[in-house]
Design a protein. Structure first.
Length: 346
């Protein structure tokens, strides 16, 4: 009997999975059962049915304890992308299900975007652009730009970048920041000390990161523990000249606290690719602030990104069918339970 993979995203319209599987010499049937990104648990359960594997976007589609408990034939969930906010990894492990993401997807793109947002804040790019478009380009330095904006601009060389989290994306950001002459501090209590040493960055606690950084870039995963990790108490510890960049997940920063910090001068500027909620509500007061920039969750994007990403989901299925482990395995502790339940080769 063929191994059944259920495509919940409609990716089989982009990638010819049948050909991918045939070329790999595996007997896999791909079933396209599209589910909306805001699908309920019951919709996911109905769509996957007796499938052996599910291709999903677990930043949005819920794979909860209830889902794993209901899908008794499920062996693999592969989430397209880096994020997996709504994938209960502990529950997957309990039920002997391999959970995987694509951890190396768009590392350069997102780290480029973070660097671009740092430059946007420190060089006041969007603010100057908007003034020119709405008020005109007046002679400098006696214009509003020269008298009000120029004094708030800063250079990067000699400044300090604080990285909140030190996974693959912020690691890719380090040489880019160094190219601008920035010193790099990192807060991540889960990374071994030798990793910090290998990148030549300084490991610090959160309070020191907040106090010493001229720019802070958020890269921590979104978990119950990191929700609103940066609230008003933390933002008040930042330099009043500092900027905050977020290309990770919106809820890591308390947006009400961010508004207060930006309007009361606790920080100078913020540039976010991600918000809470997404899309950001049109009446959110942050959108009225000249020192807040938002880029609509676009950091991952480039013209040829999606085909490679969608193909990776099929490649993970091939690995499992051939008796291996997914490259992006999130729960390596599941291996013993998986072998006990399903055997090495499926």
């Amino acid at each position: 009997m063929a191994f059944k993979a259920v495509d919940l995203l409609g990716l089989s319209l982009v990638v010819d999975y049948d050909t991918v599987f045939k070329q790999a010499g595996v007997d896999v049937e791909i079933a396209g059962n599209f589910c909306p990104l805001d699908a309920s648990e019951d919709q996911i359960i109905a769509a996957v049915g007796d499938g052996d594997a599910a291709i999903t976007q677990a930043t949005y589609q819920p794979f909860t304890r209830k889902v794993f408990e209901s899908l008794t034939n499920l062996k693999l969930v592969t989430s397209v992308g880096v994020g997996y906010d709504k994938l209960d990894v502990d529950a997957a492990t309990e039920f002997g299900v391999l959970a995987a993401n694509v951890p190396d997807f768009c590392l350069e793109e997102v780290s480029d975007h973070a660097m671009a947002l740092i430059l946007t804040c420190t060089r006041r790019v969007c603010q100057i652009n908007q003034i020119v478009k709405t008020r005109g380009w007046k002679e400098q330095p006696d214009s509003f730009i020269g008298s009000e904006i120029w004094p708030r601009m800063s250079k990067l060389r000699g400044s300090t970048l604080g990285l909140l989290g030190f996974g693959r994306i912020p690691q890719a950001l380090v040489p880019k920041a160094r190219g601008f002459g920035m010193r790099v501090l990192v807060y991540d209590p889960f990374i071994p000390p030798e990793v910090f040493r290998s990148f030549g960055v300084e490991q610090v606690d959160l309070d020191r990161l907040l106090a010493e950084s001229d720019a802070i870039s958020v890269h921590t995963p979104y978990t119950p523990e990191t929700r609103h990790l940066l609230g008003l108490e933390q933002l008040r510890k930042m330099k009043p000249t500092a900027c905050l960049v977020n290309t990770a997940r919106g809820p890591i920063v308390d947006h009400e606290a961010l508004y207060t910090a930006l309007t009361e001068g606790h920080i100078a500027a913020a540039a976010f690719d991600v918000t809470e909620p997404e899309p950001i509500n049109a009446d959110n007061p942050l959108l009225q602030l000249e020192n807040f920039v938002v880029t609509a969750h676009s950091a991952h994007a480039y013209s040829s990104a999606n085909p490679g990403l969608t193909r990776r989901a099929g490649e993970e299925i091939i690995k499992v069918v051939k008796g291996g482990w997914p490259y992006g395995l999130l729960n390596p502790q599941v291996k013993e339970k998986y072998l006990e339940k399903w055997g090495k080769s499926t």
